[in-house]
Ligand binder design. Structure first.
Ligand code: LLP
Length: 437
């Protein structure tokens, strides 16, 4: 994947950097990002869109992995940015990301979060519900400010993916339903408001999607309604944001589509609909997260304990687990791995890779193929952990979060320091007087 190779010592290298040396220098678990691969994915989106006759914008969904350095990289690459919380917005601001290219999402933005967005004069708020619409209208009125918005709609498309990451179906906590009058009412409200400038619509049908037809279906459904509203409310569709969700190859069983294929299906469908209704093409926005950073991330662990249950299973344990990668426990997500310091050894054994948390479900990979010569202190590389890995890391069992390094062209750069035990307790206050005394 990406720039991964094996060097003369039989060690896995990423971005021309020896992974064994990385662990020696920065410790483990360690998140390593292959920057060239992120750039390649961004370039694929740009190339796919620039061949086409429509205006477009690609916004990186920073929930997949947000950090100051990551946001700076996205800025260098000239993408827009999608944030979903005050914390992600704050990170973007601190990274110096141009506010006009920030899009703010979320199904329960708090008054403080909306105020921060208005203070920072961000480009677009994707409004999710009536509560938010009313609140935003009031805040803008108080501040004599206007704001560009998209209305998020739930088009009633069921993309085939894990239930927890399906979002386009009618019974969803997100967005205004397209088919029960909610979206229409929201459009009416915005057309009555002097503060809110309705630029268009947004939908996101789910994540880790392998089928471009789901995008086409969602677009068709939105246009069916749109025709009526433009006549009734003078609603102009300047922007159509079709969300993210483009799937990647975690393991052999995943068969993702090319970025170009997704883009072509989206653009073709929009053009077809616009021609049918004789209207100008809207700007098409997409919000990829996983596909830009997922395959670029590799987690390096140190192998420790072994347990062999004859005729049953062999376990090897690593120095991380569900604290740095929650996806296997939460979604039964599958990953592949290799022993990074024995990259040329044949994978002639089957072992289960366990994390170190006090929980039987903390298994990173069931039945992984690894060399028989694997032993304690070897380094295990787990691939494709760049999206929703560090981003969903947690402190269960009081395990500090790992460090993150970026690698490219033979050099490595630390971008997030490893947490210390001191960090774990830094917000805590001692007991002053026991309630029992
Ligand atoms: N836009 C919106 C409105 C979203 O809700 C999401 C993801 C994206 C864009 C980016 O989706 P992507 O291109 O990364 O698939 N934690 C789960 C994924 C949750 C996705 C939530 N929304 C996982 O680890 O699979």
């Amino acid at each position: 994947r990406g720039t991964q190779e094996v060097n003369e010592n039989g060690h896995l290298t990423i971005g021309g950097v020896d992974t064994v040396k990385l662990v020696r220098e920065y410790g483990s678990p360690l998140y390593v990002y292959d920057i060239a691969l992120i750039k390649e994915k961004v370039a694929e989106f740009k190339k796919a869109f620039s061949r086409r006759e429509v205006p477009w914008q690609v916004a990186y969904a920073s929930k997949a992995f947000s950090s100051i350095a990551m946001i700076q990289l996205i800025n260098e690459l000239d993408l827009s940015l999608d944030v979903v919380s005050g914390g992600e917005l704050y990170t973007a601001v601190k990274a110096g990301f141009p506010p006009e290219r920030i899009h703010f999402h979320g199904n329960n933005k708090t008054p403080d979060e909306l105020k921060l967005a208005l203070d920072e004069k961000i480009g677009t708020i994707i409004v999710d519900n009536f509560y938010e619409l009313t609140l935003l209208d009031q805040l803008c009125a108080e501040r004599h400010q206007t704001i560009d918005v998209l209305l998020r709609t739930t088009p009633g498309v069921e993309a085939h993916t894990h239930t927890y990451i399906m979002t386009g179906q009618e019974d969803s906590k997100f967005g205004f339903n397209l088919n029960n009058g909610s979206l229409e009412e929201a459009i009416q409200m915005t057309s009555d408001s002097p503060n809110i400038v309705l630029k268009g619509l947004h939908c996101h049908i789910g994540s880790q999607i392998f089928n471009d037809k789901s995008f086409a279906q969602a677009i068709n459904k939105m246009f069916q309604k749109f025709d009526k509203w433009r006549k009734q409310y003078g609603f102009q569709l300047n922007v159509l944001n079709v969300g993210g969700g483009f799937g990647i190859k975690y393991s052999e069983e995943d068969e993702p589509l090319m970025i170009e294929k997704f883009v072509d299906t989206i653009v073709d469908t929009v053009i077809e609909e616009c021609n049918r209704l004789s209207m100008a093409y809207p700007e098409i926005w997409v919000e990829p997260g996983r596909i830009l950073v997922g395959e670029a991330g590799t987690t390096l662990y140190t192998i420790g304990a072994f347990k062999d249950i004859p005729q049953t299973r062999k376990y090897i344990s690593v120095d991380g687990g569900m604290t740095d990668n929650l996806r296997p426990a939460l979604y039964q997500a599958k990953y592949e791995c290799m022993v990074a310091n024995k990259a040329l050894a044949p994978a002639d054994d089957t072992v289960t890779v366990a994390g170190k948390c006090c929980e039987s479900g903390d298994i990173l990979i069931w039945d992984a193929k690894l060399p028989k010569v694997t032993e304690p202190n070897d380094i295990l590389a787990v691939f494709c952990t760049g999206a929703y890995g560090y981003a969903m890391a947690n402190h269960y069992n009081r395990i500090p979060k790992p460090a993150v390094v970026f690698v490219e062209n033979g050099s490595a750069q630390l971008v997030i320091q490893r947490e210390t035990y001191e960090d774990l307790i830094k917000h805590e206050l001692p007991l002053i007087q026991s309630v029992l005394v």
